[in-house]
Write a protein that binds this ligand. Structure first.
Ligand SMILES: *[C@@H]1O[C@H](CO)[C@@H](O)[C@H](O)[C@H]1NC(C)=O
Ligand SMILES: *[C@@H]1O[C@H](CO)[C@@H](O)[C@H](O)[C@H]1NC(C)=O
Ligand SMILES: *[C@@H]1O[C@H](CO)[C@@H](O)[C@H](O)[C@H]1NC(C)=O
Ligand SMILES: *[C@@H]1O[C@H](CO)[C@@H](O)[C@H](O)[C@H]1NC(C)=O
Ligand SMILES: *[C@@H]1O[C@H](CO)[C@@H](O)[C@H](O)[C@H]1NC(C)=O
Ligand SMILES: *[C@@H]1O[C@H](CO)[C@@H](O)[C@H](O)[C@H]1NC(C)=O
Ligand SMILES: *[C@@H]1O[C@H](CO)[C@@H](O)[C@H](O)[C@H]1NC(C)=O
Ligand SMILES: *[C@@H]1O[C@H](CO)[C@@H](O)[C@H](O)[C@H]1NC(C)=O
Ligand SMILES: *[C@@H]1O[C@H](CO)[C@@H](O)[C@H](O)[C@H]1NC(C)=O
Ligand SMILES: *[C@@H]1O[C@H](CO)[C@@H](O)[C@H](O)[C@H]1NC(C)=O
Length: 844
């Protein structure tokens, strides 16, 4: 039986995936970010970091223009308009050496645990912040005066407010002076939702039923449901977490293997506990299941609450990843929940645990009045129940045994908004933006486990990923995301620092088509450039098309961008006509003399690649007009245009007059100059060989980093070799570049057509010079190919090519072979990813 459990999981997963993709197009399963912005291409990014690490806690006070940051051993106050300016203030809050020694004695990790990780940072009153830190497994809290921003000498015990272990899921809020926290506080204690300070201290019940089972908290949200409530309802705090499912008792699950489910729980703000029963315990705690994509096999990562001013419009955005048994698979899902549906679940039937059958099932008996788990409302007050202490015993007894609701909360439209392969989302923040069409669009900022941000917009019930942004150079999870409306900034907290990014960078879009294809609700085309809507007083002339991303630009406004270039080659040579597509969603179309080059035409002399058209073994009749268009969303724009001229044979060497000289050189020195030039050319060639060798060494070192790829090297264009000659030194090839003089440019000894390989991988100092490891085996189960495959690599699927030729010349370096190996390995991997992609579409 046990043996079959994984099979069952697999089947279930397959069914879930299938069910999902039958409702949606297969494309949705791997929504592709339209553009990829690597670390070096970031615009107006500002960074803050100091000696500290783990910048995990962010508190934005937008009106004051301050971003407070809780890190390991310090709290910072930053100017939110520019976090990198020098005006920041710091409260050093390190662990005392004695406490650190005690922590080490307990056997804790001296690299991470025996420090003071600031986990809570909340505004307490007009003058003070309340802060709690793990303080080397001895949590402490304190009040920080925000005027002089210094560490006070007095501290409070933090053991019921802050976890001991910095790695435990934790959420904390201060609401009207009371501190609401949820976590597993001590090492061996049960997880708990607690209220401290001001109001009466309250906890969750642990007997006879545990209200929480091994819960891992991710977020808590205050919803002010008392505001203009016709029934005199109370404000509520909603908790989001993943826990062991008690209710699922079908035979396939052992108790120990009980699956984890996502939950939403809530308590009332004015709950004060019961008098005799549930004394100092919540009388309003109830919880319900949150379903998103694959119930039971998903882990909740983060929740963001969004409303338009009225709590009734509240929408929760939740992100999920697959649970641990699917570690080899990277899939994330985004679901959206409507507050009215969450409330409906809490108003529905309860679940009950039957001791006899040891099963949870729907409770069908009578429900006492006032309704257990509801807040004190006008109706209860009318019946004389002014506070939870007045509640009758039968209500309290009922609550003790029925914390779980029968109905699950389903996402809006019954399906995830987005399912994304090859990404682990860790954080989400959402902004509301009014587009030019007057509609409000929700823009999601999704942080990933490897330091990228996906910016996506919800259009009806579909998600379009506008861009993926590499926020950090080194792989590290995004740990916090905060949006400032005031500064129009996104703050990203992570291990190595805090990053401030503009919510939009419209100027990145260079043409009208680019601007509308982006479907960025912050951006519009003003006739000359792509502009931020907020910067424009007069929006009447702006162009934006959120719904379709295609309408509004004239017919030929994009054509002007592409300059006509001339290319001249010798007959028999190969030539690459580059054509870089800015968008990952665009498809390249080539017209030669007005006739389209078909991708399937593989036998011919044209090879279509993602970054250009390769013409091999050129013949005289290949001369002509070559035009590269980008096709996206039904729009076709000219990206590059070339006039190719094929010469019958090499021109008689006549380098002298063609190499440009500063005028005034005496012609009598020509011969010596020529010799000098030949020597120079030879030296240059030697240099080129050397440079190539270094590049090869570098690239091959990079490739030795097993498994993971990361980005960080400039784009392929920097190693563009446009003409590929079949010979090395012997035969040069002519190159005519934008009207420059015809020059003799013998190619280097190595001809590489730039493929994607050159854009892979970031420098790695620890790469060993050992022989390259064998390629990683293709995982057996449903895999997504290589884990954390950057999207740039995705371009290699399909039409890309990689061409490498060895020369007769002896100048090949010993590294050359390993480079070839690396390249063929990449090709091999590419095949695999291609295979898997296809598998996903057809068989899954
Ligand atoms: C803090 O950052 C370090 C790396 O800088 C990391 O190894 C550690 O896990 C982080 N700790 C927490 C609690 O996030
Ligand atoms: C933040 O910086 C801006 C400009 O650099 C300045 O005008 C503003 O006063 C600063 N805010 C604070 C809170 O220091
Ligand atoms: C942690 O402990 C190891 C060995 O016990 C020691 O080498 C290292 O220096 C310690 N690190 C810190 C930061 O104390
Ligand atoms: C804020 O709280 C702190 C700590 O309890 C207290 O000392 C301070 O007086 C309070 N400030 C105001 C304005 O109430
Ligand atoms: C900070 O201000 C508080 C009162 O506002 C005062 O009690 C405390 O001594 C001040 N700390 C320093 C270091 O000036
Ligand atoms: C929530 O759902 C209800 C019913 O499905 C719908 O009427 C309401 O407009 C939704 N609210 C929001 C904010 O989406
Ligand atoms: C509830 O409050 C009302 C008015 O505040 C009071 O008249 C009534 O006696 C209270 N009832 C109880 C049971 O305390
Ligand atoms: C675009 O071209 C089509 C035909 O090619 C023409 O009918 C239309 O008027 C043109 N639109 C603009 C804005 O130039
Ligand atoms: C393109 O047209 C020119 C002149 O009409 C012709 O010589 C050439 O062969 C054509 N090229 C191709 C690839 O058809
Ligand atoms: C390309 O060559 C043609 C003549 O063959 C010339 O008229 C044109 O100006 C050249 N274009 C460029 C951009 O140099």
């Amino acid at each position: 039986m046990k043996r079959n459990v994984p099979l069952y999981f697999m089947a279930l997963l397959a069914v879930a995936v299938m069910g999902y993709s039958s409702r949606r197009s297969a494309m949705d399963l791997d929504a592709t970010p339209r553009i990829t912005v690597t670390y070096n291409d970031l615009i107006s990014a500002r960074r803050f970091n100091s000696h500290a690490q783990n910048y995990t806690t962010l508190l934005l006070e937008d009106e004051k223009g301050i971003l407070y940051v809780g890190a390991r051993g310090a709290i910072f106050s930053l100017n939110s308009s520019n976090i990198a300016d020098s005006s920041h203030r710091t409260v050093e809050w390190e662990v005392s050496p004695e406490m650190q020694a005690m922590c080490l004695k307990k056997g804790k990790n001296n690299k991470t645990e025996c420090y003071n990780h600031v986990k809570l940072l909340q505004r307490l009153n007009a003058t003070h912040l309340y802060a709690c830190g793990t303080y080397a497994f001895h949590p402490l809290c304190t009040y920080i005066d925000t005027n002089n921003f210094t560490l006070p000498s007095h501290f409070e015990e933090g053991k019921e407010k802050c976890p001991y272990d910095p790695a435990h899921g934790y959420t904390g809020l201060i609401v009207d002076g009371s501190l609401y926290t949820a976590t597993r506080y001590e090492f061996r204690s049960l997880p708990d939702i607690r209220r401290n300070r001001y109001q009466r201290i309250l906890k969750t019940e642990e007997s006879p039923l545990h209200w929480l089972n091994d819960a891992d908290f991710v977020a808590s949200v205050l919803v002010r449901e008392s505001v203009r409530s016709p029934v005199g309802d109370d404000d509520k705090i909603y908790y989001f977490f993943t826990e062991r499912a008690g209710e699922e008792t079908t035979s396939i699950f052992d108790k120990a293997q009980a699956p984890r489910v996502a939950r939403v729980a809530r308590v009332c703000k004015n709950d004060v506990g019961g008098k005799k029963i549930l004394q100092r315990k919540w009388t309003s705690f109830t919880k319900a299941r949150l379903a998103c994509y694959i119930p039971y096999y998903e882990v909740l990562k983060d929740v963001y609450s969004l409303d338009s001013g009225d709590w009734r419009s509240t929408v929760f955005y939740a992100i999920f990843t697959l649970s641990a048994q699917w570690r080899s698979m990277e899939v994330s899902a985004v679901c959206r929940y409507n507050i009215s549906e969450v409330r409906a679940a809490f108003l529905g039937p309860y679940m009950e645990y039957q001791d006899s059958s040891r099963k949870w099932s729907q409770y069908t008996g009578d429900v006492p009045v006032p309704r257990p788990g509801s807040c004190i409302t006008n109706r209860a007050r009318k019946s004389g129940y002014n506070s939870s202490q007045d509640l009758p015993n039968n209500v309290l007894d009922f609550i003790k045994l029925h914390p779980l609701m029968y109905e699950e909360v389903k996402p809006v439209d019954g399906a995830p908004l987005l399912v994304k392969k090859n990404a682990i989302y860790t954080q989400v923040a959402v902004d509301r933006v009014r587009g030019l069409d007057g509609q409000v669009y929700n823009v999601l900022f999704l942080g990933t486990g490897n330091g990228w941000i996906h910016k996506a917009v919800v259009i009806r019930s579909m998600v379009h990923i506008i861009e993926e942004i590499q926020a950090f150079k080194n792989l590290q999870p995004v740990e916090n995301l905060v949006i400032s409306k005031q500064q129009r900034s996104l703050y990203v907290g992570a291990q190595s620092g805090v990053l401030q990014l503009p919510l939009s960078t419209c100027k990145r879009y260079l043409s009208c088509f680019d601007c509308i294809l982006a479907r960025d609700p912050y951006c519009g085309w003003d006739g000359e450039s792509c502009r931020e809507l907020t910067e424009m007083l007069d929006r009447s002339l702006l162009i934006q098309d959120m719904l379709h991303g295609s309408v509004g630009c004239g017919n030929d406004s994009a054509q002007a961008l592409a300059a006509q270039k001339n290319r001249t080659v010798l007959r028999g040579d190969d030539v690459l006509l580059p054509c870089e597509q800015a968008s990952n969603l665009a498809q390249a179309t080539w017209l030669v003399n007005g006739t389209q080059v078909l991708a399937e035409d593989r036998e011919g002399h044209f090879r279509l690649g993602v970054d250009g058209l390769l013409v091999t073994d050129t013949q005289m009749e290949y001369s002509g007009e070559y035009r590269c268009y980008a096709e996206e969303n039904g729009l076709r724009t000219l990206v590059a245009a070339y006039t190719l001229s094929v010469l019958r044979e090499q021109l008689v060497p006549q380098p002298l007059p063609t190499l440009s000289y500063p005028s005034g050189h005496a012609p009598s020195h020509a011969y010596e100059d020529m010799r000098f030039i030949y020597i120079a050319v030879i030296t240059m060639l030697g240099g080129l060989c050397l440079v190539l060798t270094v590049v090869l060494l570098y690239v091959s070192c990079l490739q030795k980093r097993k498994g993971k790829y990361s980005l960080g090297v400039p784009k392929a264009s920097s190693v563009e070799l446009q003409t590929v000659s079949s010979n090395c030194m012997g035969k040069g090839s002519q190159e005519e570049e934008e009207g420059e003089d015809l020059g003799l440019f013998p190619d280097g000894c190595l001809q590489i057509i730039p493929g994607e390989a050159t854009t892979l991988a970031s420098p790695s100092k620890e790469a060993p010079p050992a022989p390259p490891p064998p390629p990683p085996p293709l995982p057996m189960e449903f895999t997504n190919g290589i884990p954390t495959l950057p999207n740039m690599l995705r371009k290699m699927n399909g039409n890309s090519y990689m061409l490498l030729r060895q020369n007769e010349e002896p100048c090949t370096s010993p590294l050359y072979n390993s480079f070839t190996e690396e390249l063929s390995k990449i090709l091999e991997k590419r095949k695999h990813t291609q295979l898997v992609e296809k598998l996903d579409e057809s068989s899954v």
